[in-house]
Design a binder for this molecule. Structure first.
Ligand code: C5P
Length: 218
């Protein structure tokens, strides 16, 4: 069985305005509805848990009856940081399935990326979507900065997909709240990750200009 935890409990403060970014309109539908529909289209039987902030329940109630993809979702309230929110979502996922963890604010994930991640997790335990770097990259150091070898670096996206028993046991460990990615949590207990190709349009909507870009892409 395929399952999914969609983390949507962030405050969205960087965007500004009264409505958090995951509930903003993107070409006629809330951002999070686009996101849920992508996974529902991939597998209409998928079990979806949506992790929401308590204060945002009113926004969810307004939109959740607007799409079949949202109607069947189980809802849980999130935690202080992304790590706590993922852990709370995973508690509702049974063992024995393949579970993706996805940012609600990445509505442009492709069917191909979703497929590559779920298949890799089924075969190897994990499937992590990454992109090669196009820009040169520098690391800030005490003395100034230094060039990093671009060819050996990757940008990491979501969905990050795992066998559910493996990611749940990894999340039973204690971690600093600074952890921003599920792959690192998995790796610390289970070792090697399987990286697959993500898609460049799968941007994380963080700033107002990202919403304009997503609208153009659609
Ligand atoms: O803050 P950041 O951009 O890393 O958030 C990535 C995703 O994690 C967003 O979808 C956000 O809603 C979610 N999140 C969460 N609970 C938090 C913080 C972030 O579900 N406490």
């Amino acid at each position: 069985m395929n399952a999914l935890v969609v983390v949507a409990a962030g405050s969205g403060r960087r965007m500004g305005g009264p409505v958090p970014k995951q509930y903003l309109d993107l070409q006629g539908k809330a951002v999070i509805i686009h996101t849920l529909e992508k996974f529902y289209r991939y597998d209409p039987e998928i079990k979806i848990v949506v992790v929401l902030a308590k204060d945002h329940l009113k926004f969810w109630k307004k939109i959740s009856s607007s799409s079949e993809a949202a109607l069947g979702c189980e809802v849980v309230t999130g935690g202080e940081n992304r790590y706590d929110s993922v852990r709370k979502g995973l508690q509702l996922i049974p063992n024995g399935c393949i579970v993706g963890i996805h940012d609600a604010v990445r509505p442009l994930v492709s069917q191909e990326t979703i497929g590559r991640c779920y298949r890799a997790a089924h075969d190897s335990g994990s499937g992590i979507p990454v992109l090669e770097m196009e820009d040169s990259v520098r690391m800030i150091t005490a003395g100034g900065s230094e060039n990093l070898e671009r060819a050996s670096l990757r940008r990491v996206q979501t969905p990050q997909v795992f066998r559910s028993d493996l990611i749940r046991s990894a999340y039973d460990q204690d971690f600093p709240s600074s952890v921003t990615d599920d792959a690192s949590v998995y790796e610390s207990l289970h070792g090697k990750l399987t990286l697959v190709a993500g898609n460049p349009e799968n941007i994380k909507i963080t700033k107002a200009s990202d919403l304009d870009l997503a609208s153009l892409i659609i």
